[in-house]
Ligand binder design. Structure first.
Ligand SMILES: *Cc1c(COP(=O)(O)O)cnc(C)c1O
Length: 415
């Protein structure tokens, strides 16, 4: 038997049939007209925003990183309760525009931006986070073409990285950002060209549960921003300190102590160099805000035994939820928090693996876990599924039906 990850507090102590935002999974399946589906409880997302506000110094803005969950209802939910939205493609930018977000607080990062994407961002008035010097040249040229003063920030590839993060995005040679020693020259060039230089974007990692490592990174980012600003000779309007706040996924993962992050950040901001006195700081988060609010629900289609192992075969799998099967950046396959959703709290009586319908051994939602007796028709829930779920999965692989997405908020269901 292998352990599972910790079920998020909103669901952990439930008994009987799992409820999401007050609705049972069979009610949600009926409304969606199908399984599998993702359900996002947006009241939990609001609670997470409030948790951030309570822990992190008030002066620091909170941005939602849309690539974690680009569902329009999720974007529309975060838009009014956060201070900005961060994009990673022109497609996301178009979605956010259609959601009615104010572009003053929208930024667009990511390597390999197309000319059309750059023009769209500049025309809308979003801030481009520049990933290279050539991209800076292309942005300046695009601004001339469309006749606007471009809002440009420099994404810095710092010499340090976020230690222990699931995915490192800084330190060493990287496709992201401009090496820190080349930033001052670019900053001066942007100012000479008459651009609206916004400041720095320093993003150095994702999925960290280590408050000390995050705090160290933020302090190093503040010091680096001050040093680069000195060299450029101008104070930045904004410094994006990145994010990296993780959530527990697997056994032995413990929640991030955001209060500790907030206290250390408060000290670092209080003693920040003078050149950053009037700078607006922000933190951009995706998975920490929406990850635990999402549940993926599938239904058991078959129960079979092979040798001495039991397999519960569901209608969902890696084509909808690549991350839960351990194939999205996980080095070793470890079990996500999962449960037989029709029998929450029931005593385990056997060990079984939960697999999907794809013809590949990679399609395994849970490996050898303790479960109550489950059979055809029972529901399976995969928790911590609100971020990097459906949009980060190879939905077309094997041409099975798509997953539905359901939003639950204030006792109402929207499909
Ligand atoms: C992916 C990404 C994020 C969001 O990361 P999470 O782990 O979901 O918080 C934020 N900023 C940038 C630049 C990213 O690429």
């Amino acid at each position: 038997m292998k352990p599972i990850g910790p079920i998020p507090p909103a669901f952990a102590n439930q008994r009987g049939e799992l409820r999401i935002g007050g609705f049972t999974v069979s009610e949600l399946a009926e409304q969606a007209g199908q399984t599998p589906f993702y359900a996002y409880d947006l009241d939990l997302a609001t609670a997470q925003v409030e948790r951030f506000r309570g822990a992190i110094p008030e002066a620091v803005h909170l941005h939602f990183a849309v690539k974690a969950n680009p569902h329009p209802a999720v974007i529309k939910h975060f838009n009014p309760i956060t201070d900005g939205l961060d994009m990673a493609s022109g497609g996301e930018l178009a979605t956010v525009r259609d959601c009615g977000a104010a572009m003053d607080d929208v930024s667009f990062a990511g390597p390999g931006k197309r000319d059309e994407e750059i023009e769209l961002a500049l025309t809308l008035g979003a801030t481009l986070n520049l990933e290279s010097e050539t991209e800076a040249d292309r942005a300046l040229a695009a601004a001339e073409r469309v006749g606007v003063t471009p809002r440009l920030a420099i994404r810095v590839n710092p010499d340090f990285e976020l230690k222990g993060s699931g995915m490192s995005m800084g330190g060493g040679a990287k496709p992201f950002g401009i090496d820190q020693d080349r930033v001052p020259a670019l900053g001066r060039k942007l100012l000479d060209a008459g651009a609206d230089w916004r400041g720095f974007h320093i993003y150095s990692g994702s999925q960290s549960l280590d408050a000390g490592a995050i705090a160290d990174c933020q302090a190093a980012s503040i010091a680096l921003a001050a040093q680069l600003a000195d060299e450029i000779g101008k104070a930045p309007e904004t410094v994006n300190l990145g994010g990296g706040f993780g959530i527990p996924y697997t056994a032995n993962d413990t929640p991030l102590d955001v209060d500790a992050v907030g206290m250390t950040l408060d000290d670092a901001l209080t003693s920040r160099p003078d050149i950053l006195r009037d700078t607006q700081f922000m933190i951009e988060l995706g998975r920490w805000l929406i990850g635990e609010a999402g549940v993926y629900v599938a239904q058991i289609l078959d129960r079979k035994q092979s040798k001495d192992e039991i397999f519960l075969v569901t209608d969902g799998g890696m084509h909808h939820h690549l991350a839960a099967t351990g194939n999205f950046g996980m080095v070793m396959k470890r079990n996500y928090p999962v449960a037989i959703a029709s029998q929450m709290g029931a005593e385990p009586v056997e060990t079984a693996s939960i697999v999907g319908p794809l013809c590949t051994p990679l399609d395994r939602l849970a490996n050898q876990i303790a479960v109550p007796r489950a059979d055809i028709g029972d529901f399976v829930a995969v928790f911590a599924s609100g971020a990097y779920g459906l949009s980060a999965s190879p939905q077309n692989f094997l041409s099975h039906p798509n997953a539905a997405e359901i939003v639950v908020k204030g006792g109402k269901v929207t499909i």
